[in-house]
Design a protein around this ligand. Structure first.
Ligand code: PLP
Length: 468
């Protein structure tokens, strides 16, 4: 492909994406293809001769589009949002096109320096304590990671390393233990597996939040058994119901016990861009590491997960290895040692695009709008006495059909089969609930009414007949 063809291919692809978004409301959010559908559509081996880009783009439409779940459809209400915005798309295009990777500053000054500045922009926008910022006088700092799962794993590794370093005993590794709540994301338990540290899943209160006294009791029990607590992972915005752990209580316990506190705010962290929600992160000054995903609720296309350390020397102690490269970087901070991969993509570029083009006000407007849409949906559920709301927070509403779980199960199956809206189930306080999340930035009140009519229709056509 020569440069003129690249120009045409690129422009045609941007046009294709623009038309996709223009028409997204008309397409069913859930694909109707059967498992294995693609097998018959594609040749079994690589084509011998290169094909024209026209043909490839045509096949995206013909073969790929029918098998897509439309995560940015205004009718996608599953999981949590995966960010998408036009500045984010273009940022991703440019960072891929400019093809810049970096390791240390010498390998790519713009990439490293923009990342350092963007992490400070984000940290200030969320109202994080200054000691987390790269520009602070102390050892704090932030970097972009691939995912919240990876950030949790890194937090745990740091806690593990710091605890081992503080103990005189030899065999301490086999005695380490970490804590989180039963409501935390499965990636937290996975981090424990990867780091070979048992992760205790502690019970929450009636609001789904982990409390200080529960943590304190678990730590006491383990210490009496000769174990060594090394890390607590608190969640601000749990995956199931978007509950907030009590960070102030948990942080106090961690502080007193000298245990590393990692905060997983993967989805809900973005809400702290709006000062009226900052009370939910009271106690954040106790955190040793803090993470949220701009690639969830903050309009920066995936992947982009922001992580801060209060003392980056812990990250270096846990992750830095001696290399046989002759020259150490002349630039500080040397953020390459705060991550797992050897190199980093120029993801700061898309953050820069999004933050400049939206501004703080644009981000706040997006978040407040999505929360208001969730409350609008909640009101629709609340006035219908066939349903009950079980939890609601931020852009999420959990509800169920009153009565046995089977009714909610039939509702979920019926909705999913029709494919007009996408919902996900969750078990909350031993009951099946439906999670309804405002995900797409295209979702409007009309789409909420559309979703509600769909839910009521399935209830009346499929759940009620089975109730009788
Ligand atoms: N933590 C929480 C609270 C989440 O809700 C999720 C995903 O939804 C994750 C972690 C995992 O995020 P990632 O896919 O970035 O690893």
């Amino acid at each position: 492909m020569d440069i003129e063809e690249f120009r045409e291919f690129g422009k045609a692809s941007v046009d294709y994406i623009a038309s996709y978004f223009e028409n997204i409301r008309k397409i069913d959010v859930i694909s109707k293809v059967e498992p294995g559908y693609l097998k018959n559509e594609l040749p079994e081996t690589v084509p011998l001769r290169g094909e024209s880009w026209h043909k490839v783009l045509e096949d995206v439409d013909k073969v790929i589009l029918p098998g897509l779940t439309h995560w940015h459809s205004p009718h996608f209400h599953a999981f949590f949002p995966t960010a998408n915005s036009f500045p984010g798309v273009v940022g991703e295009l440019l960072l891929s096109g400019l093809g810049s990777l970096s390791k240390d500053w010498e390998t790519n000054p713009a990439c490293i320096e923009l990342e350092i500045r963007m992490m400070d922009w984000l940290g200030k926008m969320l109202g994080l304590p200054e000691e987390f910022l790269n520009e602070s006088d102390g050892p704090g700092g932030g970097v972009i990671q691939n995912a919240a799962s990876e950030a949790t794993f890194l937090g745990l590794l740091c806690g593990k390393q710091r605890t081992i370093a503080s103990q005189s005993e030899d065999q301490v590794s086999s005695k380490l233990v970490a804590y989180t709540s039963k409501e935390s994301n499965s990636s937290v338990e996975k981090a424990g597996l990867l780091a070979s540290v048992p992760m205790r899943l502690l019970p929450t209160d009636q609001n789904g939040s982990l409390r200080g006294r529960t943590l304190q009791a678990a730590i006491k029990k383990d210490k009496e058994a000769g174990l060594v607590p090394c890390c607590v992972v608190a969640t601000l915005g749990t995956t199931g119901t978007c509950a907030f752990d009590n960070l102030e209580e948990i942080g106090t316990v961690c502080h007193e016990e000298g245990v590393w506190l990692h905060v997983d705010a993967a989805y809900a962290g973005a809400v702290f861009a709006c000062p009226e929600y900052r009370h939910l992160m009271k106690g954040v000054q106790f955190a040793d590491s803090f993470n949220f995903n701009p690639h969830k609720w903050m309009l920066v296309n995936s992947d982009c997960s922001a992580m801060w350390f209060k003392d980056t020397r812990n990250a270096e102690a846990a992750l830095r290895v001696k290399t046989n490269l002759p020259n150490p970087s002349v630039f500080e901070p040397d953020i390459q040692h705060w991550q797992i991969p050897d190199s980093r993509r120029f993801r700061a570029l898309k953050i820069w695009f999004v933050l400049r083009i939206y501004g703080v006000e644009g981000v706040q407007k997006h978040i407040r709008r999505q929360i208001a849409l969730a409350r609008f949906f909640q009101q629709l559920v609340e006035v219908d006495d066939r349903f009950e709301v079980c939890a609601s927070s931020m852009g999420l509403v959990c509800f169920r059909v009153k009565g046995e779980d089977v009714f909610t199960r039939v509702l979920l199956d019926g909705v999913s089969k029709r494919g007009k809206i996408f919902l996900t189930p969750y078990f909350y306080r031993e009951q099946l609930v439906v999670r309804f999340v405002i995900c797409s930035r295209f979702t409007e009140r009309g789409d909420i009414l559309f979703a509600w009519r769909e839910i009521v229709r399935v209830l009346e056509e499929q759940v009620f007949p089975c109730k009788i």
